[in-house]
Design a protein around this ligand. Structure first.
Ligand SMILES: Cc1ncc(COP(=O)(O)O)c(C=O)c1O
Length: 451
């Protein structure tokens, strides 16, 4: 099982052939889910006492399991937030898997963490964060937001002489569900700031705070702004929210899981003014920075101060607390895949300029799609896109029409698009992160929306 023998060699060829076949697919198949019963019948029992053999397990994966999984890098996958990993990043992911490096500590993974840190420094520099900033790659935006808020609360607890009755986070009404989830995990309260235009602003934050009683106000430890909301792609007014957080004397966190990638695009950089004042931020390379699942870049303005909130203490770990930087010390994780390495390898291979161009390509497609929708009498734009999410309605359609239509598109293998809702109204939402998606793809999809 562990010795590299002739059978392993045969299996290696088969696995690499299949992996390369997938990488070469242009486009990959869209595929789609099947019922548990159908999968059980088609795949049969795969885990047995004797093992079914690698070649047979691979055959079952290729023929039965893979066709029941949707390829998020299909150019007409526009639901949720798609993925579009570069070839270099996908290929290097194989190397990460083959290398068995644990990314927890400098002792175990200095070389790899050095490379990850270079990628983090690029993102910090684009955001305008000062020297001393840094962090780690974590599993996803959800764990990134949670880790940042834990560090924020720790800072507040250290700085204040009395603990409040309840700790409180302020976030805009359009903030991602992971903020509520983080607050639930931490047993803190979230006060939602109403955003009339759906864009959080500093004055809106200050207005809410002015109406709180003193005890509640004393519990505020962080303000969260979103740089690219998930549903509508809106970038909050980061500069005024930063000022509000500063006046309150609390931590300013920016959730840029989806949108902060557009920091790299000259045409949208101005939307992020104020991000340089954040105490922490996240951006997911697995969303719009063309890396494979799963990777979130978690950045702190002052990396070393975040260490206190997350370092795990145990006698078997004493040997690694020697002053060197350990990624395990700045987030909720210990054992860690080097999930930033595929992103680093692709940046090194392609250059940052190629990233700027690819992000601009998707932004341009979003603008062209919005123009196309505005010119089509059947369709109505819900709002002009800030970034690459385009939301619109098909006049005369109700929820069921959108659902039936999107189900049919997936069944035909044509596209994966899903309705969303705005103020209770069902609408259509396209999210573009794949530079291989073209206006022809968009027109093909829109063309199926009936006369
Ligand atoms: C703005 C925002 N924050 C957080 C998340 C959560 O990220 P993840 O799914 O990687 O946990 C998402 C996911 O779409 C998001 O759009």
């Amino acid at each position: 099982m562990h010795r590299y023998d002739a059978a392993t060699d045969e299996l290696a060829s088969a696995v690499f052939d299949y992996a390369l076949t997938r990488v070469r697919m242009d486009p990959p198949p869209l595929d789609g889910p099947r019922s548990p019963e159908e999968l059980a019948r088609q795949a049969g029992p795969t885990i047995t006492e004797e093992g079914i053999g690698g070649l047979e397990a691979l055959r079952i994966f290729k023929d039965v399991l893979a066709p029941a999984t949707i390829s998020a890098n299909h150019p007409r996958y526009l639901a949720f937030i798609p993925a579009a990993p570069t070839n270099a990043s996908v290929l290097f992911d194989l190397v990460v898997g083959a290398s068995s490096i644990c990314g927890s500590t400098w002792l175990e993974s200095a070389g790899a963490v050095h490379a990850e840190n270079e990628a983090l420094t690029l993102l910090a520099t684009e955001a305008g964060l000062p020297a001393g900033s840094g962090g780690a790659f974590v599993q996803g935006g959800t764990s990134g937001n949670l880790s940042a808020l834990v560090a924020a609360r720790r800072r507040a607890a250290d700085d204040r002489s009395h603990p409040p009755r309840r700790w409180v986070v302020l976030a805009g009404a359009e903030a991602h569900s992971s903020i509520d989830h983080a607050a639930a995990v931490m047993d803190v309260d979230v006060i939602t700031v109403p955003t009339p235009d759906r864009r959080l602003t500093g004055p809106a934050v200050e207005d809410v705070v002015a109406h709180l009683d003193e005890e509640t106000r004393a519990g505020i430890f962080a303000v969260v702004a979103t740089a690219g909301t998930t549903n509508l792609g809106i970038v909050d007014q980061l500069d005024t929210v930063a000022q509000a957080a500063d006046r309150l004397g609390v931590w300013f966190h920016v959730d840029g899981a989806y949108g902060a990638a557009a920091l790299l695009a000259p045409s949208t950089r101005h939307r992020f003014d104020g991000i340089e004042q954040c105490d922490s931020m996240i951006v997911d390379p697995h969303k719009w920075l063309f890396a494979p699942y799963d990777a979130c870049a978690l950045l702190y303005r002052d990396r070393d101060r975040a260490v206190g909130a997350h370092t795990q203490k145990a006698s078997y770990l004493d040997a690694v607390q020697d002053g060197a930087f350990n990624p395990a010390d700045v987030a909720i994780h210990l054992t860690r895949r080097l999930r930033g390495l595929p992103f680093w390898f692709s940046l090194a291979t392609n250059g940052v300029g190629a990233y700027r161009d690819a992000i601009e390509t998707t932004l341009d497609l979003a603008r062209r799609t919005a123009e196309h929708i505005a010119a089509d009498p059947r369709l109505e734009l819900v709002r002009e896109p800030d970034l690459s999410v385009v939301v619109f309605r098909r006049t005369g359609w109700a929820a069921l029409d959108y659902e039936r239509w999107s189900e049919q598109l997936l069944r035909r293998g044509l596209a994966f698009v899903l309705p969303s809702s705005v103020d209770g109204e069902t609408v259509m939402r396209f999210c573009f992160v794949n530079p291989r998606t073209t206006i022809d793809d968009v027109e093909l999809i829109l063309g199926t929306m009936g006369d």
